[in-house]
Each structure stands twice: as structure tokens, then as C-alpha cells.
Design a protein around this ligand. Sequence first.
Ligand code: MSP
Length: 498
Amino acid sequence: MNNYYITTPIYYVNDSPHIGHAYTTLACDVIARFKRLDGYNVMFLTGTDEHGQKIARSADAKGMNPQQFVDQVSQKFRHLVEVMKFSNDDFIRTSEPRHKKVVQQIWKKLMDNGQIYLSKYAGWYAVRDEAFYSEEELIDGKAPTGAEVQWVEEESYFFRLSEWQEKLLSFYESNPDFIAPNSRRNEVISFVKSGLHDLSISRTTFSWGVPVPGDDKHVIYVWLDALVNYISAVEWPENHLNLWPADLHMVGKDILRFHAVYWPAFLMAADIPLPKRIFAHGWWTNEGQKISKSLGNVIDPLSLVSEFGLDYVRYFLMREMPFGNDGNYSRHSFIERVNAELANNVGNLAQRVLSFVIKNCAGNVEAPKVFSEADRALLVQAYNSIGKIRLEIERQAIHNALGIIIELSTKANEYITLNAPWELNKTDKERMHVVLYTLLEVIRVISILLQPIMPDAAQKLLDQLNVNERRFTAINEGLAPPCFEISAVNIIFPRLQQ
Ligand code: MSP
């Protein structure tokens, strides 16, 4: 079986999870579930980023020691995993020994390869971003991200990043799919072309981090520490499950530079193969406004789920904005989209057909011997949809993958109107059975396809259809059931009120 290794960023545990965290992990969850149903051996990794000055300060502000603090906050991220039904195979915490060990190994390897030297850092640092900024990058005395900066002067180890500029550029050139979307790839390339400076990779003014081997007044820079999670979780250098290199690092656009520039440079410098692809998604705004704690408009994924239910939240987040673009959350568009595409479209289709079959066929519809051309056209569209969706998932166009399912459901609803089974019930029962079978078969395919996005709703639909084989290989003409036996119908996609 082929492996597929997908990662989320690991989240800072200075605060409770918000919609942005839920979004990145959800996208990975949908892809991971898709790949499993498509026959891959999936490793889906998420976790928490627990070291550094930002966390140390937050712990301090709460009067707690950092380890106690991270133990507490990390728990909230695990809770989010449960509520959102994320199917991650592992949850890594950077304060775990299995991780710290590999961070130190990588440090030693970089040292042995002549990639690290001791000097002094004098420059700006933004604790919120855990990032160094040059004078030219500042805008009105702040980081380009808007974060406060402070002047730092301290002894520091440096990584010879400047030596990797040309090698990075030729790597991007010969691997055009390494960074996506393309607009982001261009941004990274122009950043690297503008010149890379050596990177400070240790700090001495606080101690909450992984000690530098052989010089423990330094702790390793939190980004070097954090990035290593992607290989420590798969037990590099043993890598005995052969999971590294990862197939996909999913990140938000704000942290692309760390993943597409620093991380590949660290890996090349340590003679480790590079991940296959890095995808940077966009950001959510709330009712048109930037989301921030100071504006008090942070969206809590837990309250969204308790208000609307998990399936609708998962669907909306993945469908509303083209994956890779920025987008806006609004209550109005949430309700509108769910009603239009789920309640009135897929839900209506399933509800109408299943209840009709129970009422008029005692729940049983056998496979017909012949289909008309119109029946065949709809069935072919259903069977072909998996191939099209696969292509969209390969390029992380999750919104399009969902669009293909909705299109199929729309076609099936049109087919009902055109074929009017309620009329056939009076005039041509044999033809009515063919029409109903065609519809049930399309609903079966739709339900199988919906599993990665709405695992609960899809399961209920498949249970109602009494379908047991639920992997994508079952989306095949040859595997259409000889007879559908429907015993009960429940509303799976209720309408929401504005
Ligand atoms: N700890 C680093 C990542 C280290 S990975 C080796 C970090 N953590 S974070 O807690 O700030 O999480 C950031 C993730 O949440 C990013 O992918 C970021 O883009 C995402 N989001 C934060 N706010 C967001 C929105 N408003 N909208 C969408 N995603 C956003 O960075």
C-alpha cells in the first residue's frame, strides 16, 4: 500500500484554539480521510508548539511554570481534535522527549556539516511571531505582520542560510509543484532572490526551550525546534515506516516563509530529503473584519459546532472559500450555503427518494436489466466523479471537490423532475423501478463521496441505504447493489433558520 504523510502546523499553546487552527487541521483531515478511502496508508500528524519566549511569557502572566501551563493549554487542542472528529494518527508536543532528542540530533548534524557558527545578534525580534526582522522590513516601527518588536542584542548561534540561496532557487525551479498556490510560490521566490541573511538560531535571554548541545546557556530557536516535529514524529533518522519525506505540509500563508525557505534549507544542510509539497492556505475574516483578540471577534470553533452541528461547520469551512484564497465568515452566508447545497439539494434528494421507495416499493428496489440513455448519463456522471475529485484533491482544491458532488446531486434532482416517478407509479411501475434504482445508486455514490467532509452525515446516509462497502473502490458500476433495501428515513440535513 502506498504511504501518504500529511502534516498540520503545530499550534502555539499560548491561547485557546480558534477558527484558524480548526481550519488548517480540518483541511488536512478531509485530505487524510480521502486518501484512506482511496486506499493509501495515511499518516496524519498534528500537535502543539510549546517552547519559546511567547509561551514562557504567557505562562508567566498566569503565574504558572511553563510545563504546567503547556500541559493545560495543549489539552484544549486535543479537545478540539475530539469535537471536530479529526482523524490524526499522532499528536506531537515539542516538550516531549521523543521530539527534543531529534532536535538535538539535527543541531549536531548541522554543526558537523559546518552550518552553524557562534556570533552576536543585534536586531529586532517580534515575540508574537517568534521571528527576527531587519530594520528595512519594519513598518511604522512594527513587524510587517503588525506585531510589536523589541531590540535584541545577545550572543547567538547562526545558521549559514545565505549559502543556500542559489540551491533553494534551483530547487524551486526544478520542482514547480513544491510550493502552492502559484502566487505564493512567486512571493517566496522573490523573497529568496532579494537575498538571504544568516539566521540566528539560538537565544540566551530565557531558558524555555531545547538546550543547545554542549552549550546549555543557549536554547534552540523555537522555529528550528518546531519545524523538526515533522521528522521527529516519524522517528527520524530511523524513519522505519518509510514515511519521510512528507507528501504535504499544510500551512497558513503567514508561516509559509518558515516552511518554504528555512525548513528546506535546514534539511538540505543536514542531508535530509525535502518534503514533496507545501500548500499555504488563506485567512478568514469575521463579518468582513480581521479576526483578533483585541477586536473581540475571535470565532470559537466549539461554539460554532454547538450551534450548527459538526457536519455543517466542516462543510461550510471547506466549501465557502476557494482553498488557498482568503475568505469571510458570516452567519448569513453560512446559513444560506448550508440550506442551498445541503438541506435543499443533497438532503432533499435523499429524503424524497428514500421516503418514496419506502412508501411505494416497501423499501425494496432491484437492479434493472436495462437503463435508458438518460439513466446511463446520470450514472456515468456519478461513476466519473471520483476521478475528477481525485484530481482536485491532488491540488488541494477542496472547494472544487465538493462542487463536483453538489453538481451531481443537482443533476439527480433534475432527473427526478424530468422522470416524475409519482406519475410512473400510476402508469408504468417497471419504469418507475428503473428510475428509483438509478437514483438510489447515485445517492449511494454521493454518500460514499461525502465521507471525508461530513463523516457523521455520510455514515447515517449509508446506514439508511444499507450499504456496507464504503471505500472509493465501491464507486464502480460492477459494485452497484443487486437490490436496495431501505428500512428507515431520517432527515439528515435539516434546514437552518436565518
Ligand atoms: N507554531 C507556529 C507553527 C509552527 S509549525 C512548525 C504557529 N502556530 S499558530 O498557533 O499561530 O497557528 C497558526 C495556524 O493557524 C497557521 O496555519 C495560521 O495560518 C492559522 N491561522 C491563524 N489565524 C487564522 C485565520 N484567521 N484564518 C485562517 N487561518 C489562520 O504559527
